[in-house]
Design a protein around this ligand. Structure first.
Ligand SMILES: Cc1cc2nc3c(=O)[nH]c(=O)nc-3n(C[C@H](O)[C@H](O)[C@H](O)COP(=O)(O)O)c2cc1C
Length: 368
């Protein structure tokens, strides 16, 4: 019987257990360079079988939120070494989430104040991101309309992912996760309502999936397939991603193609913005039949639900996001049936400080 707390071989690395800390942007880096407070926050959570970092920009153009870290410069690589060393010193494993937001950005975050880029010119209607207003104040403001990437630029962005992956390995990460979920750049190519291109990256399912697969191939060439994961959010609709008829076909085609590449894992999110579940057991079973490596699932999981899904063999690893914010020792709490602390959403994002970030205590069993 497989348990959440059994060790698990993921690609080349052995995880202590099947609990994954889901990637969470916390906006604690004032200058895009990962700092000591971030290293301490991740160190505290190293009993997770695997930590996936917050979304980390692969290039200046990839940024869509103020105060997020990057992985394009030597200073950022040095900064991340503090985190990877801290997590490894505790016996943990950590992958870096490689991120390009595409159209979910604002001029104030773009090099030269230029327009953000996307698959097409469709803006993300009604979407706000954390950026600088005309007075230089940071807050949630409307995104700037994007321009389509040229064909040559799409190939350049795929190479930017490879550079980010090489930098991540230099920084000591155990691997990388390509963020192809939640309405960001890759999903802007997957979705035909947003992707209006007429080159080899638009139109048919293989064309819309091509950019993600080319980026995966570039990254695999750089770091090897066993060090690569991909995050997907089928049917989610987050950040103005309209539903479309070929969605299931698109994601099952991806399952086939990622399976052929034997990347370490696919990380699925089962939740839409209203908190509804979207991935039927039949879909998970079909995905699993096509994709033979590890499947991670995230989205409003509880310890019981996670156990049940692993026991049924539908998934291999279970990811927790918000429960990790206020419970650095989540694994120990789940293992012992200790109560979970509740995070304060007001400090989810913000500035450089430890408050509401690395100051949540471990559970004290003496209080039971
Ligand atoms: C504060 C916050 C920041 C997040 N940032 C990211 C991110 O950078 N990359 C990503 O793929 N998902 C991000 N997510 C989504 C989480 O990884 C996770 O999929 C989601 O919170 C659902 O899991 P949960 O119900 O256990 O929180 C974020 C979620 C939260 C709450």
């Amino acid at each position: 019987m497989s348990s959440l707390f059994d060790s698990y071989p993921l690609g080349d690395v052995r995880l202590h257990n099947r609990v994954v800390m889901a990637p969470m942007t916390r906006a604690r880096s004032l200058d895009t360079i990962p700092n000591a407070v971030m290293a301490e926050y991740y160190r505290q959570r190293a009993s997770a079988g695997l930590i996936v970092t917050e979304g980390t920009a692969i290039s200046p153009e990839a940024q869509g939120y103020a105060f997020i870290p990057g992985i394009w410069s030597p200073e950022q690589v040095m900064g991340w070494k503090k985190t990877t060393t801290a997590v490894h010193d505790e016996g943990g494993r950590i992958f870096c989430q490689l991120w390009h937001v595409g159209r979910l950005s604002h001029r104030s975050l773009q090099p030269g104040g230029r327009q953000p880029v996307s698959s097409g010119a469709a803006p993300a209607r009604g979407c706000q991101i954390f950026a600088y207003d005309d007075d230089g104040e940071v807050g949630f403001i409307n995104v700037t309309d994007p321009r389509p990437l040229t064909t040559a630029e799409v190939e350049r962005v795929a190479r930017d992912y490879a550079t980010g992956a090489a930098n991540a390995l230099d920084a000591g990460f155990d691997g990388v996760e390509l963020h192809a979920a939640n309405g960001y750049l890759f999903e802007q190519f997957l979705n035909p309502a947003v992707n209006t291109r007429d080159d080899q990256y638009g139109g048919t399912v293989p064309n819309r999936v091509r950019f993600l697969l080319e980026a995966v191939d570039r990254v695999v060439e750089e770091v090897g397939s066993s060090r690569v994961g991909v995050r997907l959010s089928p049917f989610s609709g987050l950040f103005d991603m309209p539903s479309y008829a070929e969605a299931q076909e698109t994601y099952l085609y991806l399952a086939d193609e990622l399976g052929r590449r034997h990347i370490a894992y696919v990380h699925l999110i089962d939740q839409n913005p209203d908190g509804q579940r979207l991935l039927a057991p039949e879909f998970l079973a079909s995905f699993r039949a096509r994709y033979g490596e590890a499947i991670i699932l995230a989205g409003a999981l509880t310890g019981e639900l996670a156990h049940a899904l692993v026991e049924r063999g539908l998934i291999d690893l279970t990811a927790f996001g918000q429960p990790y914010i206020a419970n650095p020792d989540l694994v120990e709490r789940l293992q012992n049936g200790w109560p979970l602390a509740t995070p304060d959403p007001k400090s989810y994002y913000g500035g450089g400080g430890a408050e509401g970030y690395s100051d949540y205590p471990r559970f004290d069993p003496a209080t039971v």
